[in-house]
Design a protein around this ligand. Sequence first.
Ligand SMILES: [Zn+2]
Length: 405
Amino acid sequence: MSTLRINSERLHNRMEMLAKIGARPDGGVCRLAFSQLDLDGRTYVRDLMEEAGLEVRIDAVGNLFGIWHSASAQPALMVGSHTDTVATGGQYDGALGVLAALEAVQTILEHEAGSQQTLIVASFVNEEGVRFMPDMMGSLYFTGELSLAQVRSSEDSQGISIGQELDRLSYAGSDSLDDIPVGAFLELHIEQGPVLEEENLEIGVVTGVQGLSWTEVTVRGASNHAGTTPMRLRKDAGRVSNTLMYDLQDLTSQIENLRLTIGSVHYHPNLVNVIANEVRFTIDARHPDLSMLQETERRIAQILDSQTDCFIDYHSIAKVNPLKFSHQIVSAVQEAADHLALPAKQMISGAGHDAQILGAQLPAGMIFIPSRNGISHSIEEYSTPSQVENGANVLLHAIQTMANQ
Ligand SMILES: [Zn+2]
């Protein structure tokens, strides 16, 4: 295996420069998708791609690609992430994956290390989906899951459409990658969870992304006086929903690896001395295994259907199947970590990523580095310079293995 290493000082400086674009006074970063600051961040990356000698292409929704063309006709290897952030974001979520991809490809070119495959550095738009839904929009457009019309017509809470913003900011381009078949995708990202740090590991070899199933539940009872209505005569939506919530949460002690959250609860009329006649709440269930996720959905329905004191109405509001990453790419990442003598473990991603969208159509994989205290989507987001360097070197070596297979 090669002894090539990325230029960590250059990567570090670029991470700092990009973090200045949209820097918040509290130390965080705000580059909401389809804003001027987001565009400024993308322009910074585009200029770096050009400096590195890559051919730059920007598609009709603003996805940015830096391409190095190999002489062979093999399908290309795409590497990247996103540079948009949440409103109170940090310097690492997304930005790391784009700048490290560029650093790795630039290192290969500078050292004339060669690649059988064309290499593409990608920065997808609107991964976060904060102002405009859905999230992972750029990769959904790239894979054909969303049409240009669907992207352009998505509106924010003020009724402003993405189409209007793309035109106002001259944000989009007219290029495509139609002439370059993409054969695989690899993404480096911060873990956004506490596992690597807690176990003193440097690298997460990501084997897949867990699936999710969201349900919205409405419990309907009858409002009445809290002091005069005997307990046995009540149709108390509050009490019934509390029992349901307890039973639902308890599924996590019965189904291994299940993560279940009731994150939103609304009482009506929500008054201290009135029995609630309606309670609405949500269930967020996640599992890495499709059959277990489906089993969870059955058990949720069973719990909700078994209740007779109130009328229960429930329906699914979102569903994403779990995804297993390509075995070959997982092996390439594991080998790279082993080669660099970095302690690593195979793990599932708890959050959604562009790699999951691309991975539904082609072989894909991900590399995680530790997040301090497991924190992300926060100004507290932090990974050390050496963790960033290690992640980028694993990315470099995985690219070299994959690109020459
Ligand atoms: Zn991200």
